[in-house]
Write a protein that binds this ligand. Structure first.
Ligand code: ATP
Length: 804
């Protein structure tokens, strides 16, 4: 620490003085130890350092006075200056100061002088020395529109060297934009690496993040005249504060201000020059394009926000497009001595959802997708050899561009313009093969997002506005889908998004410049622009060095791949379409069913479950379906209804025939059972006769019935939940017969049940017994019928003929 070193030097001087008395020496020792203690303590504040420095200063002053006037050698100075005076030069004085002995002043004295300076003190305020880049960054004053408030407590704005600032701007989270290099100053290649690295790191190694910048334009004359206020504040060249002022009529929020805060990679206040914008946003992309990577810059914002100014600029203040072309040719000249760089140029616009060639206007162009991405078929590619040539082409293209005056902007661009510069660079690789690298730079000036009222409601402008808004809406949908990581990105929703596919989701370094107006009258548009810009920050494009992989294109393989991809896409789309159609048909069918005649609908609703379940599968297949797609015309409707009626009649007939068959079967069964019972009865009678005095026992149902439970006997809890005939035993027809009766399972696993009254007091006569099967057959028919209805295919599985 410089302070402690100096202090030590002073004490050494004191010790070296041979004329020093014992008392003074003792006091000095005490002071020395006190000072040493103070210096050892790292937490001594500024006050302590000041004390030490003041002491030092006093000593030096005394020494110099003593030199000038030996008579005043031990006199105390009559006034002192502020301790901060000559803070930095004190060290020098100390070094050059005399080595003569001087009595150190007591600390208390020095302190008193510092605290209570004499009225005659001359005060000199010294501005601190300029700080380093880091300190300057920390102390950037918060000012409106990026202006610095320079005061006594703030350091002066320092000029950070361009390299440092560039690294700061691209390599760290804080990104103040940099000063442009003067003249033809070469951009350091390391700087380009920094932005690429940064983009790569953000993209997680596989891709790069879109860099988003915001540019605020100055307040326009019209806006000033309309009395608009500035609602945008840019702080730290990065943060954008948007304030909504309450209108005079908005009494509820009259005193309330609503604000929003956004942070971008860099934000340009209204005083920013075109060069600053270019060097911060695009210069590095140009460098990357020369290395065979793709780059895109697009301006986005409301109408009149300054997009065209940023992209094209004026003759005096050329914009990004012009500066990029100039820079590109400069760089090519610097590095290409063998003329290996080929520059091709195309310029197109998207106007009312049609693509037009701005360099050779003619019929609208068709967009096609090939292995290089989306291309406009038939678009002119000009080979350019110099900046002047490109400038001439650019001018020509701009003259062909659709611009119209609107209420919001006198020279409003009514189309999206895309300038594409392709740079092909041929190099020899290690194996001496010529490898060509192609980099593409797309510079896009979008038409302004706008409200119909803000522009023009009446004429063609409104149609243009609708189309512009549609394409921008499609763009925002794509941004949303990309941000949310969706599989399907709706690029096909507009021509603009198709053309921007590469820039948004391809292998490309992309920069978005959001242009905003400062006027509070454009608050809504500004907020919207900032919202989308903020969203776009999250988009990650693919890795940018895909170019390496397409150096040696295998045309057949590529075509096959493309074909496969297109087929897959086609299949997906067809499936999507089919699903949608199915949904539509289902809805239409429901509507049709609801609107058809009540009898028919009732009949079909009543009968539809039965036939579908009762009929064999083949029959169900044949049933006319509403989804067959033939029921949408009146004739087809009638036809469908007739068919249904016919089908129902047929079903009824079939059912009747089935019932008749079943009746016959059951009659036969009943007859067989009756015969069997009769025979048994006869046998029983014979046995009884042969037994003589034996008890005649006729098996009746009553005898088989369980005895009534004794009163007071507990019933199971489930008893409460049984049917109303819990006391009657459920018995089958065969229960009354002997053990060789066919089991219940012989009837296809289905139990045929009947309930027997528990009130039969006496055994029934034979006649009655014969009547029972008839009675039972009634019960038997019911379940069979039900089974027929609820179980398909039952009709084919008739009960096996009962054998004795
Ligand atoms: N940074 C700026 N400095 C000075 N003037 C500017 C700036 N930005 C824009 N302007 C001026 O504002 C006006 C509107 O700008 P510009 O035409 O670029 O808007 P735009 O966003 O392209 O509008 P549109 O979408 O309707 O085409 C122009 O007169 C332009 O000169």
């Amino acid at each position: 620490m410089p302070v402690s070193t100096r202090s030590k030097a002073v004490f050494n001087q004191v010790q070296d003085d041979p004329n020093q008395g014992q008392t003074t020496r003792a006091r000095n020792d005490q002071e020395e130890s006190q000072m040493a203690n103070q210096m050892r303590n790292p937490h001594h504040g500024l006050k302590e350092k000041m004390k030490a420095l003041t002491l030092l200063y006093e000593q030096q002053k005394q020494a110099s006075n003593a030199l000038k006037n030996p008579a005043l050698k031990h006199e105390e100075p009559r006034f002192s200056t502020h301790p901060s005076i000559d803070l930095l030069s004190s060290g020098k004085r100390e070094d050059n100061g005399p080595k003569e002995s001087k009595e150190p002043r007591p600390i208390s004295h020095v302190m008193r002088e510092n605290v209570m300076p004499s009225s005659t003190v001359t005060r000199n305020f010294v501005m601190p020395q300029p700080l380093g880049a880091e300190e300057a960054k920390e102390n950037v004053a918060v000012g409106h529109g990026g202006d610095q408030i320079v005061g006594l407590s703030c350091p002066r704005k320092t000029n950070v060297s361009s390299t440092v600032a560039r690294k700061l701007s691209m390599g760290s989270s804080v990104m103040p934009f940099s000063e442009p290099p003067r003249g033809n100053q070469k951009v350091n290649e390391q700087e380009v690496e920094t932005i690429t690295e940064r983009q790569g790191s953000v993209g997680g190694g596989n891709g790069s993040r879109i860099l988003v910048f915001v540019r605020l334009r100055p307040m326009g004359k019209r806006e000033r005249e309309a009395g608009s206020r500035c609602c945008v504040r840019i702080v730290n060249k990065r943060d954008v504060y948007l304030t909504e002022f309450a209108t005079e009529n908005d009494y509820l929020r009259l005193k309330r201000l609503r604000g929003r805060h956004f942070t971008f990679d860099a934000s340009f206040p209204d005083s920013t020059t075109q060069q600053e914008v270019y060097f911060t946003t695009t210069a590095e992309l140009v460098e990357a394009v020369l290395q065979g990577k793709n780059g895109s810059v697009f301006c986005y914002g409301a109408t009149g926000a300054g997009k065209t100014y940023t992209m094209l600029g004026t003759v005096e203040n050329p914009g990004v497009m012009v500066l990029a072309i100039k820079d590109l040719f400069n760089k090519i000249r610097q590095r290409s001595f063998d003329g290996n760089h080929l520059v091709h140029l195309s310029y197109l616009e998207v106007y009312n959802e049609t693509v037009r060639d701005l360099l050779s206007p003619g019929r609208p162009l068709v967009l096609r997708e090939d292995k290089n991405g989306i291309v406009a078929a038939g678009l002119t590619q000009y080979r350019a050899y110099s900046t002047d040539e490109v400038m001439a082409l650019l001018q020509q293209g701009n003259q062909n561009r659709t611009t119209e005056p609107t209420r919001a902007n006198e020279t409003s661009s009514r189309s999206h313009a895309i300038l594409q510069v392709m740079i092909e660079y041929k190099v020899k690789d290690a194996a001496n093969n010529i490898v060509s690298r192609v980099g593409k730079l797309s510079l896009i000036d979008l038409a302004g997002s706008e409200r119909a009222l803000a522009t023009d409601q009446r004429t063609l402008r409104s149609l243009e506005g609708a189309n512009i808004n549609r394409s921008l809406l499609a763009l925002s949908s794509c941004i949303n889908a990309l941000v949310e990581g969706k599989k399907h990105i709706p690029y096909r929703n507009s021509k603009l998004t198709q053309l921007l596919k590469d820039s948004l989701g391809g292998a490309c370094n992309t920069v978005m410049i959001a242009n905003i107006s400062p006027s509070n009258l454009s608050f809504g548009e500004t907020q919207n622009t900032l919202h989308w810009a903020d969203r776009a920050k999250e988009i990650r494009t693919k890795a940018c060095d895909a170019n390496e992989e397409i150096q040696v294109p295998d045309s057949e393989t590529d075509q096959a791949k493309l074909l496969l991809e297109l087929q897959r896409e086609n299949r997906d789309l067809r499936m999507q379409l089919a699903r949608q159609q199915q949904k539509l048909l289902a809805v239409q069918a429901q509507t049709l069913a609801a609107s058809s005649s009540p009898t028919l609908s009732t009949a079909s609703s009543l009968l539809s479950p039965a036939p579908s379940s009762a009929l064999p599968h083949e029959k169900r297949k044949q049933r006319p379906s509403f989804l067959a797609g033939t029921c949408f015309t009146p004739e087809s409707k009638k036809k469908g209804a007739d068919e249904t009626v016919r089908y129902l009649r047929k079903t009824v007939k079939e059912l009747e025939a089935e019932i008749g068959r079943m009746k016959k079967d059951h009659a036969l069964e009943i007859k067989q059972k009756d015969d069997f019972i009769l025979e048994l009865s006869r046998k029983g009678a014979k046995l009884a006769g042969a037994g003589g005095e034996g008890v005649r026992r006729i098996v009746t149902r009553a005898s088989l019935r369980p005895k009534k439970a004794p009163e007071g006997e507990l019933k199971s809890p489930s008893h409460r939940f049984t049917s109303p005939q819990p006391t009657a035993k459920k018995r089958s027809f065969w229960d009354i017969t002997t053990a060789n009766s066919p089991s219940v399972a012989t009837l296809n696993g289905r139990k045929t049940r009947s309930y027997i009254s528990s009130e039969c007091a006496a055994a029934p006569s034979m006649l009655l017994q014969l009547a029972y099967p008839c009675f039972w057959s009634m019960f038997l028919l019911g379940p069979h019928l039900i089974n027929y209805i609820i179980q398909p295919g039952f009709a084919r599985q008739r009960p096996a003929t009962v054998k004795r």
